[in-house]
Design a binder for this molecule. Structure first.
Ligand SMILES: Nc1ncnc2c1ncn2[C@@H]1O[C@H](COP(=O)(O)OP(=O)(O)OP(=O)(O)O)[C@@H](O)[C@H]1O
Ligand SMILES: [Mg+2]
Length: 411
């Protein structure tokens, strides 16, 4: 369909693939937000809380954690306006050890202090660790850098509870609590001392009566790993496990998103996109964004959605599949099996080992066990039950189907 005025440039896409959802885009998660709200109010009332926010990749863990942070930083209808926290949102993906984590926690917490008199106290408190504090233009966040060398930071880990407690003393007249988010803890949880570190920091802060809301964010298995390393960690954390969003939430997400840029989506298009997203926010944004850019008029109908889906499948394939799988999996046999799973349909649903075993040529059938193990470890598939698997996202088989057709056409 042609656009009413094709020369008019398109507005920005209302979708944010690759970025945590801003509060105005954030959809659903009502129950989880209620639980976060309760944790915030409890902490503000002097009862520290620890939450492990977990779920599969792309389900919106970071977005929900950011939303939790928004609740304690900005005025909103859910939390009384006088309940504001100092907050440190720490992305720990690049942290190699516990000291790295302590470093970013201290940097991010200190960066919350804006008045000069309080900052002076923090400077004195942290004098031996601080490399530089840059005071920005009014309204901007401080830039706090701690020293780099491991020797200079050697005892930071031991002193962390005291430092947090002292930073709290500096700020307690103004705030009701501290929120510390450790996001992307997937790598660091494999370090044997991380579980002990978390437990001792938690207990030490409790003993110092610091009203802290500690939130760890990662895959569910990582909490299991932590509990294996230190059993008592299981008792510390209240677990919030994210599931895919409901169909209604997804449809309302598409409706609101298109509406924000004055586009109207037909219910057929919404339904189609919602089904293909599988309720995974990461896929909702990829599908919505691709459809937005492919659409040429004021209405997103099923046809536009179809074209968008093909573009999205290509993108998803490149971003989440090819790089992950093809780089790691050099085996032609595995590729043949992948293509075989989409030979009859782009939406295979359950993939049964026994059926593949029968229908694949002998040499490929022999590698099936290794194939499934590898696909699960690469997070391309998940095991539903014994001998039955499914693709992690419904967009993966669709991408494979397109790839298969492209390769066949090229032959
Ligand atoms: N509740 C939501 N409403 C709307 N969009 C969302 C929601 N949650 C997440 N998103 C979007 O989905 C995508 C993935 O979200 P996010 O990065 O928060 O997931 P994640 O679980 O932290 O992923 P990862 O496991 O890769 O860290 C982002 O584009 C984000 O904007
Ligand atoms: Mg994340």
């Amino acid at each position: 369909m042609s656009r009413a005025n094709p020369s008019q440039p398109k507005e920005n896409s209302p979708f944010t693939p690759g970025q945590p959802a801003p509060p105005e885009v954030f959809t659903g998660r009502t129950e989880e937000i209620k639980r976060l709200r309760r944790c915030i109010l409890q902490t503000a009332g002097g009862k520290p809380q620890a939450v492990f926010l977990c779920g599969e990749r792309g389900l919106g863990k970071s977005s929900l954690a950011r939303f939790g942070e928004f609740l304690v930083l900005q005025d909103n209808p859910m939390i009384p306006t006088d309940v504001k926290f100092m907050s440190a949102y720490n992305t720990c993906g690049a942290c190699k050890n516990v000291t790295d984590i302590c470093k970013i926690v201290v940097q991010n917490l200190t960066a919350e202090i804006s008045e000069e008199s309080r900052l002076e106290k923090a400077r004195k408190l942290l004098a031996r660790y601080i490399e530089d504090i840059t005071v920005p233009l009014p309204g901007f966040r401080l830039n706090v850098k701690l020293k780099r060398s491991p020797e200079e930071l050697a005892d930071l880990r031991l002193n962390l509870p005291d430092i947090i407690s002292d930073l709290w003393k500096i700020m307690q007249e103004k705030k009701k609590g501290i929120m510390i988010v450790l996001d992307e803890v997937n790598g660091i949880t494999s370090q044997p001392d991380f579980a002990n570190f978390i437990k001792s920091v938690w207990e030490d802060l409790g003993a110092r009566h610091v009203p802290v809301l500690l939130m760890l964010v990662g895959l569910e298995q990582r909490l299991t790993d932590l509990i294996e390393a230190n059993e008592s960690v299981g008792r510390i954390f209240d677990r919030i496990l994210l599931q895919p969003l409901s169909k209604d939430d997804v449809k309302s997400f598409f409706r609101k998103a298109f509406d924000r840029v004055n586009l109207c989506a037909t219910s057929e298009a919404e339904e189609f996109l919602a089904n293909l997203s599988g309720g995974y926010p990461v896929m909702m944004h990829e599908l919505g964004d691709a459809t937005f850019w492919e659409n040429t008029d004021d209405t997103v109908d099923k046809n536009d959605a179809l074209i968008g889906v093909v573009a999205a499948a290509q993108r998803v394939g490149e971003k989440y599949f090819s790089t992950q799988v093809y780089r790691e999996v050099q085996s032609d046999s595995y590729r043949r099996i992948l293509f075989h799973t989409v030979a009859e349909t782009a939406f295979p649903g359950e993939i049964k080992r026994s059926e593949l075993q029968e229908s694949l040529p002998g040499e490929d059938a022999k590698t099936l066990d290794n194939f499934f193990t590898r696909m699960v470890s690469l997070e391309v598939m998940r095991r539903k039950r014994l001998g039955v698997y499914e693709y992690t996202y419904p967009m993966f088989p669709l991408y494979l189907c397109l790839e298969r057709k492209i390769q066949e056409a090229a032959k």
